[in-house]
Ligand binder design. Structure first.
Ligand SMILES: CC(C)(COP(=O)(O)OP(=O)(O)OC[C@H]1O[C@@H](n2cnc3c(N)ncnc32)[C@H](O)[C@@H]1OP(=O)(O)O)[C@@H](O)C(=O)NCCC(=O)NCCS
Length: 182
């Protein structure tokens, strides 16, 4: 549980800063997957797979294909979110919000919302005014996105399958940044 007297720092990571935080980023991803988060992995997420994921992600950050933001509390990464920048010629204004996650011990204190607000500012600064995302139908994340004004497009049944064979639906959302576009 973060000490409320120590401020949360939101930081955009470049390659070097992300590499310095790799052990913490792996632990964060493993905790989020263990909690049943909609992150593309089966639980439990092993160390090697988590490390390989962050290595690939950091290379994409370095290539300018994605932005990576973390919420730090006394030097500890408590949450993170990413923005995948569409490389398509006809989509210079579009980006996908991905891998929003907060350590279980730090949830329901506004960190998820803080990260989403910050990633929206980053997107806007980068000229990406149409955000898209998807998440497990019925999840905490789905409630968060709705609360933040994301428009629900619809549900895709059987979108993902768990290790035990359970199929899960996903809900697609979008948000146009800037009132004139809503
Ligand atoms: C989704 C997640 C990032 C939310 O993080 P968080 O720090 O708990 O979110 P916040 O405290 O900012 O919550 C903001 C709002 O989201 C909604 N919300 C979040 N968790 C909720 C829950 N367990 N039940 C109901 N509403 C919830 C509420 O509207 C909440 O506002 P409130 O606390 O004022 O009621 C976190 O639950 C998580 O890491 N989940 C696992 C990873 C995952 O599935 N990510 C989505 C990838 S697409």
């Amino acid at each position: 549980m973060p000490d409320p007297d120590t401020p949360i720092e939101l930081r955009q990571l470049d390659r070097a800063a992300a590499e310095a935080l790799v052990p913490q980023l792996c632990a964060l991803l493993q905790d989020a997957v263990a909690s049943g988060g909609s992150l593309g992995f089966w639980r439990p997420l092993g160390d090697d797979r988590a490390l390989a994921y962050w290595r690939t992600t950091i290379a994409e950050v370095d290539a300018g294909e994605r932005l990576l933001l973390v919420a730090l509390h006394a030097g500890e990464a408590l949450g993170s979110v990413q923005l995948g920048l569409s490389p398509k010629q006809n989509a210079p204004h579009r980006a996908e919000v991905q891998k929003l996650m907060v350590f279980r011990a730090a949830r329901r204190q506004g960190l998820g919302q803080l990260l989403m607000r910050a990633v929206e500012r980053l997107a806007s600064d980068a000229g990406r005014t149409l955000l898209i995302l998807d998440t497990n139908t019925g999840s905490d994340a789905e409630r968060l996105y709705s609360a933040l004004g994301y428009q629900r497009v619809g549900v895709i049944p059987r979108y993902s399958v768990e290790a035990d064979g359970e199929e899960r639906a996903t809900t697609l959302f979008y948000k146009s940044l800037g009132a004139e576009r809503d």
